[in-house]
Ligand binder design. Structure first.
Ligand SMILES: [Zn+2]
Length: 476
């Protein structure tokens, strides 16, 4: 469809040749028109129309990849989970001098590829492995009080992330609020916050939680692959894990409240469904799943069950139909159908599932290797969109934290190809912008709003019940 003639000058269509005299007459007429618009009380709707006219931009290209790139100009990718700091630890002993992100760094992420992928920022994951992963027995039979180096190591990961941001301060910026992050993007920077990937990294202490916040952490994943003082984990695929708390522990419930008070996002990736359920019911601010997919598409323990997806995006019980989870896509693996899980409320009514690029969480492996590709990951987006709503989908690639990548999503330069696939599948421009980054900003702003509403609430000083070193006063 052609554009109305009157709008043509906005779209860089060459103006017909005119004499100097005609141009100046036109300019004078334009000035008069603008003055009239500014001074006269406009008819209702007229100014809105004018605003629409001023805001209108070049029509977006119809070719999906071109369109994705055009959308990313104003809504760049915000990735919920990138593991660059653990790569720095594992391969460079955190020696920042040896890591040049302006060049090609081993792994999936460096500045040229982030720029090519139209990235406006990401959460720098500060991850330290669980005790069990390192071959330790479960701390004190699950009392989680055995001293470890994990708080020290987490601080080292926070430090290396911040050093990398400082080293490349012409590109990166540590942005501590949604507003700062948007401002950084406008300046052409790649913004970012830190994320702590596991409650075990708190050393069973809320002081660590507050200290991490002060250092720039804006989410804590309640568990990694092990249970901890806060909550139960979903464990690892193929390794059954016996529940310890049956969801959030009493201490974990306080931790969620403290995160709400601070303005820290509650991250539910890696948690047991029972933990996710408890946190959704308790948290006043929307939690996220910073790097997870849908169990209904691929039955991996790390993926989000239908019962949880059914709760997200719903506010209140009005007009809700009973959900029969056995009819959903989990092929008999449904969880929560017997507990009316899908009917429970969540105070914030919001959450975000950020798509994980690990082939293990996308699809089955064939004899020839991974079958995961852009299309099979987009199946997860469609599925989550169907059950929870498309405004509850984001991106949390797990780049630099995964050994293998899907075909077509090999590194941080490839995000536009995923968004192009969603466009091909009929996702609207607004929905695609949401997946890229604006859904995350919506959640982040809500988390900040909840924190502002709790300014009068004092810090929670609860001590984990399993500790015996602070049981009584006058004890050194
Ligand atoms: Zn992870």
């Amino acid at each position: 469809m052609g554009l109305p003639t009157a709008y043509r000058p906005v779209y860089s269509t060459p103006a017909p040749r005119t004499s100097k005299q005609r141009l100046s007459k036109l300019a004078a007429a334009c000035v008069l028109l603008l003055l009239a618009l500014a001074n006269s009380p406009a008819a209702p709707g007229a100014l809105e129309d004018a605003a629409w006219w001023l805001k209108s931009k070049r029509p977006l290209p119809s070719e999906p990849r071109e369109r994705a790139l055009a959308l990313l100009e104003t809504s760049p990718v915000i990735d919920g989970h990138i593991d660059l700091p653990i790569l720095a630890r594992a391969f460079f002993r955190n020696q920042v001098d040896e890591i040049d992100l302006d060049g090609a760094v081993r792994g999936h992420v460096d500045i040229p590829r982030l720029r090519e992928g139209r990235v406006g920022g990401f959460f720098w994951s500060t991850y330290i492995m669980c005790p069990e992963d390192a071959g330790y027995p479960l701390d004190n039979d699950g009392n989680f009080t055995t001293p470890t180096h994990r708080v020290r190591d987490t601080i080292e990961q926070i430090d290396v992330a911040r050093q990398l941001i400082d080293k490349h301060s012409d590109t990166f910026e540590l942005t501590l609020t949604a507003k700062d992050w948007k401002r950084a993007i406008k300046k052409g920077k790649i913004g970012g916050m830190l994320g702590v990937e596991g409650g075990h990294q708190l050393g069973s202490s809320l002081s660590s939680l507050r200290a991490y916040y002060a250092l720039g952490a804006r989410y804590v994943t309640l568990t990694h692959t092990c249970h901890n003082a806060l909550a139960d984990s979903c464990g690892m695929q193929g390794t059954p894990i016996t529940p310890r708390w049956g969801g959030l522990s009493p201490f974990g419930r306080v931790a969620v409240k403290e995160m709400n008070r601070l303005g820290m996002i509650v991250d539910l990736s890696h948690t047991a469904p029972s933990t996710a359920s408890d946190a959704l019911s308790l948290s006043l601010a929307p939690p996220i799943f910073s790097h997870s997919n849908a169990r209904g598409v691929h039955a991996a323990v790390r993926n989000v069950p239908d019962s949880i997806l059914r709760r997200i995006g719903r506010i209140g019980n009005e007009g809700r139909e009973k959900v029969d989870l056995s009819k959903d896509g989990e092929r008999g693996l449904g969880w929560g159908n017997d507990t009316n899980e899908a009917e429970k409320d969540i105070p914030s009514g919001d959450s975000l599932i950020m798509l994980n690029f690990s082939p293990d969480f996308i699809s089955e492996w064939g004899e020839e290797g991974t079958r995961a590709n852009i299309s099979s990951l987009a199946d997860h987006a469609d599925y989550i969109g169907k059950l929870a709503g498309r405004q509850h989908v984001g991106i949390g690639s797990d780049y630099d934290g995964i050994g293998k990548t899907p075909v077509g999503l090999e590194d941080a330069s490839k995000y536009p190809d995923l968004l192009a696939e969603l466009i091909r599948r009929g996702w609207s421009d607004e929905e695609v912008r949401g997946v890229a980054g604006s859904n995350l900003f919506r959640v982040l702003q809500k988390v900040e709003k909840v924190a502002r509403s709790q300014r009068e609430v004092k810090p929670f000083t609860d001590i984990f019940e399993g500790r015996d070193d602070m049981k009584r006063r006058d004890h050194f």
